[in-house]
Design a protein around this ligand. Sequence first.
Ligand code: DMJ
Length: 528
Amino acid sequence: RMAAPPAHTAPGSRQQVQGGERRAQPATGESPARETRAPFRFDYERFRRSLRHPVRGRRAGEDPETRARRMKIKEMMKFAWDNYRQYALGKNELRPLTRNGHIGNMFGGLRGATVVDALDTLYIMELEEEFQEAKKWVEESFDLNVNGEASLFEVNIRYVGGLLAAYYLTGEEVFRRKALELGEKLLPAFNTPTGIPRGLRFRLWFPCTEGSLFSPCSGMSWSWGWASAGSSILAEFGTLHLEFLHLSQLSGNPVMNIRKVLNRVEKPQGLYPNFLSPVTGNWVQHHVSIGGLGDSFYEYLIKSWLMSDRKDSEAKRMYDDALEAIEKHLVKKSAGGLTYIAEWRGGILDHKMGHLACFSGGMIALGAEQAAEERKQHYLSLAAEITSTCHESYTRSDTKLGPEAFRFDAGSEAMATRLSERYYILRPEVVESYMYLWRLTHDPKYRQWGWEVVKALEKHCRVEAGFSGIRDVYTTTPTHDNMQQSFFLAETLKYLYLLFSEDDVLSLHDWVFNTEAHPLPVNHTDSK
Ligand code: DMJ
């Protein structure tokens, strides 16, 4: 999921990267190339003055029930954090049944994914002590000098996004410094003929001595998972833009623009397939999905526009065109009247929707905001219908939690038909859409639906030492998967908390959420 480092980036820096030359200025540290210039300094105070709302809101005018529900969600966050801290601090995730930590292989040797993912949620929920514990870990134990194969996408959305959000919310220098150091170390991933990073995994070589990107860090190698077979994945290279734009802003160091490659290549029926060759810049196969492999590419287009204070019209046009093609070719209505977004395989529709695709209700509602009145109503209705379908996938299960994928074929509607698709791993996408639809319509059903999820999580996913995913949503005695995903703290609980907060808490006028729910500020261009 990486979009395109900035549309308005300065050319040149890419060539330097591709040519293996030293960059003009590393994100941190001194560089001889810039010695004659005044050191760049991001003006944090000015940024804070540009915000329209206090980040944690004013807490005015709420009813006691809403407050009590929000407090319950805060308690869930504290419980999830306390157990992670007690049994797994410094590991990537908590295994709540066995009470130990999980490291996995997604982050190239980086540790503490849950800490970095949880920082901004702890802060927003005013869990001050817990936030200080997390900050202390980042200051004292978050080690960037590690080796390993990483997913650029995952490192970007969780670590870079989490650190950036923590910095913007608190102004604590440690978060800015770590974000820039990490961002710098990700740059070799763009070293391909097109500048589009390769799929799935690239090798981080640490240590890099600070400010010397192309000496010890240049020994980069690549490997590919079977799924991408050497190609790049739309949702991965299409989900870097928001974070890299901010890295650029905080460092004063421009990054390159991938978007031009996507603009040039011909789109079948206006659709963006999920696999692209980073060598030729052409599509590798024609599988289109707004769920896994495609999802956040679309999300980052509309959010790029919003984050630019509605200036990045290229992103808006690409989003509008893509949504039009999706609606024309992929949006369907089931016999039972449920609207869903199918997948497309070389012209043939697969009548399946993944849990991941349920973020699209929120995205379409968010994008509807600035459309002309008639289009606005149309897209708001479409967003509401899709969100309602995702709600159905929850209500039709015995646990009231939704499966990983649900289908509209062979007489099935909004239910998983394959054993392998019946699990729920604490994913956020459905409550994410509830949060956006609530903020944009204030229809109370979204809070009711959110509360149903809270009750189901408590009943089926809460165990003695944390929260766990479940293997089958269609049984009320589910088996737990023994994993408390970091995105449960970053996203699921944050979106639920915001659903029961006033609109000025992380106001949509001031913030866009990256695809891991880390808030990044809108660039208010009219602010003094
Ligand atoms: C998260 O890491 C992000 O939301 C990502 O965009 C998709 N997958 C998980 C949550 O389901």
